[in-house]
Design a protein around this ligand. Structure first.
Ligand SMILES: NC(=O)c1ccc[n+]([C@@H]2O[C@H](COP(=O)([O-])OP(=O)(O)OC[C@H]3O[C@@H](n4cnc5c(N)ncnc54)[C@H](O)[C@@H]3O)[C@@H](O)[C@H]2O)c1
Length: 498
């Protein structure tokens, strides 16, 4: 049993850095008394002053009330030593990311707090079970993983070890809600949910660059304009910093026994080695130095639009698009005009080989997502540049055009299928409930849809088809479909079906 459900419960926070100060702030503004301790002299007082300044700034902008500022000021108390945590119903540890240091804090706390005090760690990568190892009453130990900046980010992962009791999980979920967060229960596995699930988006972007399919600027533009992501994978990595996202990627990859689904590319490591970490160093995948301009997602040269085109394996979407553009479609290939196709998961080389179409005049269009702002055109090796220019000219009056090298699944199908497939794998692993996986990925990473919603929007059979094609054409098990996905695709079920 825990006392946590009462607003009289005292909450302890150990570590008054960026995360500890944020956790203390939201706990205190929820009306609870908070004791905050840091081993660094004066750090807890500084953290309190920072929290108050942050809230006062919000008050000045009319984003909070005087009452909330007063509640914070009244409730946050710097603690002089760990011994002061004795009255706490919950202590959240947010010290440096070091297993021995965290274990030392937990073993001291066990002797200080009451037997029913819940002990939680905000670690982003260490197993909660390893922190709890050997401690008495492991059922009261759990993870409480907040995201930075804590007062802004609504998600909290409540991490359950095999020993954590149901009552402790329920109490942490209820407390998180009371602090205005959206909690999601997650199994204690490397990377938990968000840091694991977030690997597909960035690493598949890097894989496309590694294969010289497209540039970072082109990939970012497609993911924003066609798929509704707020940021492309490269601007996202530049924002979080390669010094943060590379180690997390390497850690998650190693922890899963080098599963190729989670593999990054040498360029990622190279950026770290040369110190081009992103915005914080003014250079990353893009240049942020004074006077530098962000490279445009440059389109192909456009020529004169073709008089007519032929269509390979016509789809409803392709017919509609060509009808909207008023393009004349030939009954059969005339041996000279562009041949258009809208493949799913196949590249132009495979499509040409399978159908016998002239690969030099073959131009593939990615119609799997929104093409109202931007369209992706793909060609095979040895393509006729003049044909590509003709096809580009059909679109340039109405939308941006991205021309890429041959790639099974273009840019968007590939990245989205990888995000969807990893989401399905998380469901297969029982990391969290399917709808919680979606909630966590939307709130933790700002994705427009959770990965299982994305699977349903694309169609589980379509995602399965893209992954199967990618696996067959590349021979790379990075693209093996999740069994969760295969079963739902084969049975015609939603990806959210348990
Ligand atoms: N920063 C993030 O984006 C983020 C996000 C989620 C989780 N986390 C995790 O939260 C924890 C804290 O991260 P942070 O970014 O706030 O770090 P930080 O470096 O800003 O703060 C850590 C604080 O802990 C104090 N400290 C170190 N050892 C201590 C001890 N034995 N007892 C008391 N205080 C001690 C330090 O003096 C420092 O003030 C880490 O485990 C980190 O992995 C960080």
């Amino acid at each position: 049993m825990t006392k946590l459900d009462s607003t009289q419960a005292v909450i302890g926070v150990v570590g008054a850095g960026a995360m500890g100060a944020g956790i203390a702030q939201i706990a205190a503004t929820s009306g609870r008394k908070v004791l905050i301790f840091d081993q660094r002299e004066g750090a807890a007082e500084t953290a309190r002053a920072t929290m108050l300044k942050r809230m006062q700034d919000r008050l000045a902008k009319g984003k909070t009330t005087q009452d909330a500022v007063d509640t914070l000021a009244r409730n946050v108390h710097p603690a002089a030593s760990l011994n002061d945590m004795a009255p706490c119903a919950l202590v959240v540890e947010a010290i440096i990311e070091d297993l021995d240091a965290k274990r030392a804090v937990f073993s001291q706390l066990v002797d200080i707090v009451a037997a029913d005090c819940v002990l939680a760690s905000n670690t982003s990568s260490l197993p909660i079970g390893a922190i709890a190892k050997g401690l008495a009453q492991p059922e009261r130990i759990a993870g409480l993983h907040f995201f930075n900046p804590v007062p802004v980010m609504k998600l909290v992962e409540v991490i359950r070890t095999p020993d954590t009791s149901d009552a402790v999980i329920a109490a942490l979920m209820a407390l998180s809600r009371d602090m205005g967060r959206t909690p999601v229960e997650v199994r204690d596995t490397p990377g938990f949910l968000v840091n694991f699930g977030g690997r597909a988006y960035t690493t598949e972007g890097l894989a496309l660059v590694q294969e010289c399919v497209a540039s970072p600027a082109q990939i970012d533009a497609v993911m924003r304009d066609c798929c509704g992501f707020r940021m492309g994978p490269f601007e996202l990595m530049d924002l979080t910093g390669v010094d943060v996202n590379y180690p997390v990627t390497a850690f998650v990859h190693q922890s899963h026994y080098s599963d190729p689904r989670l593999r990054s590319t040498p360029l990622h490591r190279y950026m770290l080695d040369v110190g081009q970490l992103g915005r914080k160093t003014q250079r990353g995948f893009f240049d942020y130095r004074d006077g530098a301009t962000k490279p445009e997602a440059k389109g192909p040269d456009a020529g004169q639009p073709p008089k007519a085109v032929s269509v390979l394996e016509p789809s409803e979407r392709l017919r509609t698009l060509l009808a909207d553009l008023g393009v004349s479609v030939l009954d059969a290939d005339d041996g000279a005009s562009p041949i258009l196709a809208a493949p799913t998961g196949e590249d132009c080389a495979a499509l040409g080989a399978r159908t016998g179409a002239d690969h030099r005049r073959l131009v593939a269009l990615d119609l799997a997502f929104d093409v109202s702002k931007r369209i992706t055109l793909m060609t095979a090796p040895g393509n006729d540049g003049a044909i590509l220019a003709q096809v580009a000219a059909l679109f340039t009056p109405s939308r941006a055009v991205t021309a890429i090298a041959d790639s099974p699944g273009f840019i968007a199908q590939r990245i989205c299928a990888m995000v969807a497939n990893l989401g399905c794998e998380m469901a297969q692993m029982g990391l969290a409930q399917p709808d919680d996986i979606d909630t966590a990925m939307r709130l933790g990473l700002n994705y427009p849809k959770g990965p299982l919603e994305l699977t349903d929007a694309m169609g589980p059979d379509t995602v399965f088809g893209i992954m199967t094609q990618l696996q067959n054409l590349t021979g790379d098990d990075r693209y093996r479909p999740s069994q969760w996905l295969r079963r739902r695709a084969q049975l015609g079920l939603s990806a959210l079906t348990r």
